[in-house]
Ligand binder design. Structure first.
Ligand code: F3S
Length: 411
């Protein structure tokens, strides 16, 4: 591959994988069973990114393992209704076409673990790029993946391997900090706030939550529909990966490695981080506290599970919303929501289940959105920098109340 005997596209991919391995001192390459690629939105890629991908596809590069895509900047089936301009939509579709020509599945979701095909298992080696998916794969699935860059993940898919360093090695998966949670956690937004604080404190380390299991609902074996514990942990992990660059955490008695390796993950002299209150997180995430009128309520970062959509539909039944409400999710979960009749309830109320995209990677600034409400710490962290919007941050109930009244609720 490196000598170019399998074509220029494969050679380029192997050069990337090999160079990363040399930089990080990897002893060898490890076969991967699954790849997930980020950096799909035209908003981030620009024209240079489109040309780069088209050239790679033209060179004949094809993926060798199941490979999925992160969200792009719009929903394919409804970008005109969303108000996305053609100058954005056409190059965005060219990006997806280039990936599809290389054999990548246009799943366009940051929650590949909710998709039915080939869910990675404990011990699988992956090359995933989306930071919230990486932390979920390592922590909840017990798989092994570094936080790949977009080109690095695509290169790994093309050669079917990645370099064995970082979190592919058990010795790098031990805890660096012990976390004690004294604050009471009531909502998904609270878990996001906790993740924000832990990410700030631990940065790129591996936190070990000593006592979180006391507050966490049971984590069931089947996570594909989401549900209480899964939705809390996916939000918390996404927040940690955003405010820090955490790619793995352990929850004593809950996550697979903590259950299997127990005390082996700990050393006596680890620093202890005690989270007594979430106030500092809310002061930052809900910092635009003078904003009352909300242009867009955004739920689903990471992409909403079927369980979350059930909760939203239950709240909205018989109500109508007075501002834009987007529930962002994958095409697959949207289809399940439609089959369960939830899409109709949400549409009747005036909300919208939006697939393929999210409010961070969509160009919401071009469609008249200046203020946004969300219960997702990652969206609250990134949206202001990406789109210049002001953000209110709170529980799902507060967000849905804001959708119904158009105003952020008092108190
Ligand atoms: Fe996913 Fe977009 Fe959030 S990619 S994790 S919904 S910022």
């Amino acid at each position: 591959m490196l000598a170019g005997e399998m074509g220029a596209g494969v050679q380029r991919a192997m050069e990337i994988v090999f160079t990363l391995g040399r930089i990080y001192g990897a002893p060898d390459l490890v076969p991967v069973t699954h790849v997930q690629i980020s950096g799909v939105s035209y908003k981030n890629l620009g024209d240079a990114g489109v040309e780069f991908l088209e050239r790679w596809a033209d060179e004949g590069a094809r993926v060798r393992v199941p490979t999925m895509l992160n969200p792009m900047g719009m929903e394919e089936s409804s970008w005109r209704d969303m108000g996305i301009p053609e100058e954005f939509a056409l190059p965005q579709m060219a990006v997806v076409d280039a990936f599809v020509r290389m054999g990548v599945q246009p799943t366009l979701s940051c929650t590949p673990y909710f998709l039915p095909r080939g869910m990675p298992k404990r011990g699988d080696h992956l090359a995933w790029a989306e930071s919230s998916a990486v932390v979920f794969a390592n922590s909840i699935l017990g798989a092994y993946t570094n936080r790949e860059g977009g080109p690095g993940a695509l290169a790994a898919a093309i050669v079917g391997r990645t370099s064995r360093y970082g979190l592919h090695l058990d010795e790098n998966r031990v805890a660096t900090h012990v976390i004690r949670v004294r604050a009471r956690l009531k909502s998904i937004a609270d878990y996001g706030a906790l993740g924000y604080l832990v990410g700030k404190a631990v940065r790129d380390g591996v936190p070990y939550f000593e006592d979180l299991a006391e507050q966490l609902p049971l984590l069931s074996g089947d996570i594909s529909g989401g549900g209480d514990a899964v939705d809390r942990l996916k939000t918390m992990g996404a927040a940690m990966a955003a405010s820090g660059s955490i790619a793995l955490y352990h929850v004593a008695g809950v996550t697979p490695e903590a259950v299997e390796r127990g005390g082996d993950l700990l050393r006596d002299d680890l620093p202890v981080v005690e989270i007594a209150t979430l106030d500092r997180a809310y002061a930052f995430l809900d910092r635009d506290s003078d904003v009352r009128e909300i242009d867009l309520v955004s739920i689903g970062c990471p992409h909403a599970s079927l369980g979350e959509i059930h909760l939203i539909a239950d709240y909205l039944r018989g109500k109508s919303v007075h501002t834009r409400l987007w529930i962002t999710t994958s095409r697959w979960v949207k289809r399940l929501a439609e089959e369960a009749g939830l899409g109709e309830v949400i549409r009747e109320a005036g909300g919208k289940i939006v697939a393929d995209t999210c409010t961070v990677v969509a160009p919401i600034e071009t469609i008249g959105v200046h203020t946004m409400a969300t219960n997702a710490a990652k969206a609250a962290w990134y949206a202001p920098a990406h789109s210049g919007v002001k953000v209110r941050y709170g529980s799902l109930e507060q967000c849905l109340e804001a959708a119904v009244t158009g105003l952020w609720p008092d108190g």
